[in-house]
Design a protein around this ligand. Structure first.
Ligand SMILES: [Ca+2]
Ligand SMILES: [Ca+2]
Length: 443
């Protein structure tokens, strides 16, 4: 082969490669794990190929052999007394054009909602008019990978108490980042947060853009709970989530102003950080208090499958990664032992075990108040790669999977919030130009 022929061949191969990359880029759906997709949180070249948000849809979503709570068919039919089904749902887009909306928080008794977007914008959405007003004064965030502006919580006594809490990823200047909590006073008229103060930064900061958590909720008793992920730690034999002297892989409990409550479970335990409420978590992106019992419910991303719904127990080790129902990525090798084998680890109320395809879950909320009559008390769980909304009926601390809603719309669902007064369930769709969606049962 002459030198010129070799050069021509090399040029042809290079052109082909470029062509394929261009075609992939042009056809690459944000929801597919296409490499080099700049908007995809885990597509960073240095990121561990963590698939928990990237898995392709469950090829057979209604047939999950690992569903531990599947009832016998006759029981399921007996339970199916809801006066309506998905066909009766009215699905509308309240507003559109959001860039990876992550957290939703209603202003009580008002037709308004705060919306976070991962790149760092906070906005106020008029739910009747669909008008969107950007809010100034948001803390600087480190937007990259799964990090950015994350969740938002409005004080339950709004508008008498005008504090808004935000969680977000931010750096320390060296490239390392961590999950943060801040609060500011919302001046809706001026479109600004004032008196903004950082309340908490999870230690340690790490050179990772994965697994920040991070939901924040008020407990109605003057405290906030927030979740901090494990930052993608793969050292399963010596894991940050099992070392409770740090904040990674935990639920954190603080007073509204960021102080450590004197009745936190580990304030008298020198080996455990005082801010911790529970530990042994992997990456919790859904948290809601049960509207009747006040119990803290969470959704948690597993490794390969192993996704969970949990009722969080104060002071508990929830097991990750010593207990898990998922596997190491790309294998059928379990991570840890089954939670039922450890008496000191609370069992998940539901899980998608290894080989089931999983259901990487994000925001959750209960149906209550005037929303979706017939499904009152049910738990709705936003699905990412599954692109659906899972519905569970709830009986005390047990759940029954009732099915998946909104399939075939291609919506990765990042957050779910019930407007009990106005009778609506709102969803944040995870996409680069995404809508906020309203679910009702009436036009
Ligand atoms: Ca302590
Ligand atoms: Ca157990």
């Amino acid at each position: 082969m002459s030198r010129r022929t070799r050069v021509s061949l090399i040029a042809m191969v290079a052109a082909l490669v470029v062509g394929v990359v261009v075609v992939l880029a042009l056809t690459g759906d944000e929801d597919e794990p296409v490499a080099l997709e700049p908007d995809e949180p885990t597509a960073e070249p240095d990121a561990d190929p963590d698939a928990d948000e990237e898995e392709p849809s469950d090829p057979d979503p209604d047939e999950e052999p690992g569903d531990v709570d599947d009832e016998p068919a006759e029981d399921a039919e007996a339970d199916d007394v809801a006066p309506h089904d998905e066909d009766d749902l009215v699905v509308t887009e309240v507003a559109e054009g959001f860039d990876q909306p992550w957290g939703l928080a209603l202003l009580p008794d008002e037709a308004r909602m705060l919306v976070t977007e991962l790149p760092g914008r906070l906005s106020l959405l008029d739910l009747d008019e669909g008008e969107v007003t950007s809010i100034d004064g948001v803390p600087e965030v480190d937007a990259g990978g799964q990090g950015g502006l994350l969740d938002v919580a409005v004080h339950p006594d709004w508008p008498e108490e005008d504090w808004v809490h935000l969680t977000y990823a931010a750096g320390d200047g060296s490239g390392a980042t961590s999950t943060h909590l801040a609060r500011g006073r919302l001046d809706a008229q001026a479109g600004a947060l004032t008196d903004v103060e950082e309340l908490f930064a999870a230690e340690p900061f790490l050179d990772s853009t994965q697994h920040y958590g991070s939901r924040v909720v008020h407990d109605g008793q003057g405290h906030v709970l927030l979740t901090v992920g494990d930052r993608g730690d793969k050292a399963f034999d010596d894991h940050v989530s099992q070392d409770a002297s740090n904040h990674l892989g935990t639920t954190i409990r603080l007073s509204e102003d960021g102080e450590v409550p004197a009745d936190n479970p580990f304030v008298d335990d020198e080996a455990v950080a005082d801010e911790i409420y529970s530990y042994g978590h992997r990456n919790v992106q859904g948290m809601a208090l049960h509207p009747d019992t006040g119990a803290v419910w969470q959704s948690e991303h597993g490794e390969e499958d192993g996704d969970e719904l949990n009722i969080v127990e104060e002071g508990a080790n929830h097991g990750w990664p010593e207990t898990h129902t998922g596997c190491e990525y790309g294998t059928e090798t379990p991570v840890g032992v089954h939670p039922s084998e450890r008496d000191d680890v609370p069992d998940p109320v539901y899980y998608w075990e290894c080989t089931t395809g999983g259901f990487p879950p994000a925001g959750i909320d209960f149906v209550h108040g005037a929303a979706l009559p017939g499904w009152e008390g049910d738990l709705l769980v936003g699905g990412l790669a599954s692109e659906s909304l899972a519905r569970f009926s709830v009986d005390d601390d047990e759940v029954t999977k009732e099915g998946r809603l909104l399939e075939d719309r291609g919506w990765r669902i990042r957050d779910v919030v019930t407007d009990a007064d106005r009778g609506v369930v709102y969803l944040a769709i995870d996409d680069g130009s995404a809508p906020i969606v309203a679910l009702t049962t009436e036009e």
